[in-house]
Design a protein. Structure first.
Length: 267
């Protein structure tokens, strides 16, 4: 089987699909023959732009759009229900929606803003739970596969990023528990742990740090890259290839795993 037909006949749901890793994943899956993509994101405009580019490049792949706030369980349930009604089935999901703290890398736990904590946990952790809860009710079994957005911050502690690190540690625990629950049905659940990736969210994080901390933010940014073995940030397309692998039959004996893709940051 060639890559061009790897996802032939399959329907994949993706959150965070309007930009970054989610959008790169949508394009890659379409290029590999996906039957249908159900794209969800908070940005309606971003979804429409993504849909236009996908339909132009891959007219044989069906695209279903659903503006979505993953913090709202009823919206998530409706999204997955309508996805199945539209395409007839659901074979996989990439839960990539995520946010960063409003005070990224600048505020310690002793000054943690509680509303910001609730926001980060609500999107990054509870949002993934809402998605898993809805997806597991409909996903094809055996053979279904779900990939959740963890982070290198889910594997190590990060000073002044307690809310983000806690949310991503939670995603990894949630992923492992889900894998144990549905493994006997032949359904797999894994997580990816990206490091520094060139996405709009990462760019925004740098701007937040620069605004709050002044010139020191740029120095810390360079220190981060110097701490990466490959001495560069990753690209969304590189992460998308790992997601595609985990969604495909090529990874049929992998479940409950949290796989780093960080250029050698945490090694």
């Amino acid at each position: 089987m060639t890559f061009s037909k790897q996802f032939s006949g399959r329907v994949i749901a993706i959150t965070g699909a309007a930009s970054g890793i989610g959008l790169a994943t949508a394009h890659l899956l379409a290029s590999r023959g996906a039957k249908g993509l159900s794209l969800a994101d908070l940005s309606r405009e971003g979804l429409e732009t993504a849909s236009s580019s996908l339909k132009e490049e891959y007219p044989e792949t069906g695209v279903f759009l659903f503006p979505l706030d993953v913090r709202k369980s009823e919206e998530v349930e409706q999204w997955i229900q309508k996805t199945v009604e539209h395409f007839g089935h659901l074979d996989g999901a990439a839960n990539m929606a995520g946010v960063i703290p409003r005070t990224f890398n600048t505020t310690g736990l002793d000054a943690q803003d509680l509303s910001d904590w609730d926001f980060i946990i609500g999107v990054n952790l509870t949002g993934v739970m809402h998605c898993l809860r809805a997806q597991l009710k409909h996903i094809s079994a055996p053979g279904g596969s779900i990939v959740n957005a963890g982070s290198i911050a889910g594997l190590i502690g990060r000073p002044k990023l307690a809310s983000y690190a806690a949310s991503k540690h939670g995603v990894l625990g949630l992923t492992k528990s889900a894998a144990k629950e549905v493994g006997e049905k032949g359904v797999r659940v894994n997580a990816i742990c990206p490091g520094r990736i060139n996405t709009p969210m990462a760019s925004n994080a740098g701007k937040v740090a620069a605004t709050t901390a002044g010139g020191g933010a740029e120095a810390r940014d360079q220190e981060t890259i110097q701490g990466v073995a490959l001495r560069r940030e990753g690209q969304p397309e590189e992460v998308a290839k790992l997601i595609a692998f985990l969604l495909s039959d090529e990874s049929a004996y992998i479940t409950g795993a949290s796989i780093s893709i960080d250029g050698g940051w945490n090694c």
